[in-house]
Write a new protein. Structure first.
Length: 129
């Protein structure tokens, strides 16, 4: 009986920890204000994460992806291109990355896809439809 009560609390604690960790700023973000802040869902490698566990911020000279336990920043030159594609339930953005230490692609699903595309296109990133 006690196990059935404890299990939901353990799951809740893990999810709360993932959420809090995704909100922690990287050292590169300290003292900077993002041009665009987005909470969304996405996929990093084989791990799919739902909203509100993905944080995607665009700054003047870099972007930040935060997927629960995994957080990283990329300069615009480290993004090869972005593809704007249909998914079954909504459109998604697929970021094709040049950085070898990360998966080749990272996916985000947001209600602000067009705003993201316009902003990153102005930063010189190739947009593929």
């Amino acid at each position: 009986m006690h196990d059935s009560i404890i299990f939901p609390f353990i799951i809740f604690a893990i999810l709360l920890f993932m959420y809090a960790l995704s909100r922690c700023k990287l050292p590169i973000e300290k003292g900077k204000i993002p041009v665009l802040k987005i909470t969304c869902s996405g996929r990093y490698g084989a791990i799919a994460v739902s909203i509100p566990f993905v944080r995607f911020n665009i700054y003047e000279d870099f972007v930040v992806f935060a997927y629960g336990f995994r957080r990283f920043s990329l300069k615009f030159k480290e993004i090869d291109s972005i593809s704007y594609q249909n998914n079954i339930f909504q459109k998604c953005l697929i970021f094709f990355l040049k950085k070898k230490s990360l998966p080749q692609k990272v996916i985000i699903r947001s209600r602000k896809n067009k705003e993201i595309i316009e902003l990153l296109n102005r930063k010189g990133i190739n947009i593929i439809n």
